[in-house]
Design a protein around this ligand. Structure first.
Ligand code: OGA
Ligand code: NI
Length: 307
């Protein structure tokens, strides 16, 4: 393990082509980078974390009123034990709250009286992430040598999920309830196009390099961690990596808080390797897939049980 960190890309500095080249290098290497100069106000991220803290502070029975299984969709609260992002491991030591696009299914908003301001904070957060994700998709067009606006037809009404995450301090293995091999979230790849992760100062996020080594992804104040998901890896014909990552909240001795925003393209878009990423010597490695089908399959594989 090393704390080498990730390249930090400042979107407010230098020409877009320079940022595009650095992003291309990072996504070919680890599939991860940190972005600053993104223009998302700190008040928006502070308010989202604050509302998340107040929701998860509610009694377990109260939180279960918005249990994800009641929604029939990925909306609402999932308790510890609901998911194993690495299906070969015990369930993840995390609880979460899912928010989605309301055009597809209503959100499971907690009562305003119980968590005042939750809905307003999350709507503002989702809007900011939508803007940043689309801006980055524009930089990605440049990075891949695609004409400006090429991705627009794939993100008209994209599937986007905001996931509030809470990791309790993780006991040592065998001590106080952690099963052998049980960690904050098991090694997994993300499933969509790109993920924007806001993490607090606790640390504990790790990414696996091509050679199999795990490196720490230390928090960078004011930055989002950005990574490639499976759909983008397929789209780029493996030029960019959807790399395994995991959370081990064992060292901080405190709760870890994060918010993941999954930007997953139009559900019915046809994703086949992009022309600039293929050649006679490097033919397409993947057939067509739709985001909706891929995401549904991945939820099926990682959901443990009703609980
Ligand atoms: C995820 C994820 C990391 C974190 O939700 O896919 O990798 O720090 N989260 O919560
Ligand atoms: Ni992830």
């Amino acid at each position: 393990m090393s704390a080498a960190g990730l390249p930090i890309i400042d979107l407010s500095a230098g020409p877009p082509a320079a940022a595009a080249a650095r992003i291309d290098a990072a996504l070919r290497d680890t599939g991860f980078y940190a972005v600053t100069g993104h223009g998302v106000p700190q008040a928006v991220t502070d308010a989202a974390f604050d509302a998340s803290h107040r929701f998860f502070a509610l009694a377990e029975a109260t939180k279960r009123r918005w249990h994800v299984d009641l929604s029939g969709k990925q909306r609402g609260f999932d308790p510890i034990g609901w998911q194993a992002l690495d299906p070969a491991r015990p369930p993840d030591l995390k609880e979460s709250f899912y928010l989605g696009v309301e055009a597809f299914a209503p959100n499971a908003w907690p009562d305003e009286a119980l968590v005042p301001g939750f809905q307003a904070a999350m709507r503002a957060y989702q809007a900011a992430m939508d803007g940043l994700a689309k801006r980055l998709m524009g930089v990605y067009e440049l990075a891949l040598g695609l004409p400006a606006g090429h991705f627009d037809a794939f993100m008209r009404q994209p599937l986007c999920t905001t996931r509030l995450l809470h990791y309790p301090p993780q006991p040592r293995e065998g001590e106080g309830g952690a099963a052998p091999g049980q960690i904050g979230c098991g090694a997994h790849t993300d499933w969509g196009a790109l993920t924007l992760l806001l993490q607090d100062e606790a640390g504990g996020l790790q990414v696996q390099r091509r050679d199999g080594r795990w490196i720490d992804v230390p928090p960078v104040p004011g930055a989002f961690v950005v990574n490639v998901g499976d759909l983008m890896q397929r789209w780029t014909n493996d030029r960019w990596l959807s790399n395994p990552h995991r959370v081990v909240n064992r060292l901080s001795g405190r709760d870890r808080w994060s918010i993941a925003y999954f930007f997953d393209l139009d559900g019915d878009a046809t994703i086949v390797p992009l022309a600039p990423c293929t050649s006679a010597a490097n033919p397409p490695r993947y057939g067509p897939i739709t985001p909706a089908a891929h995401l549904a399959e991945m939820y099926r594989r990682t959901t443990v049980a009703a609980g």
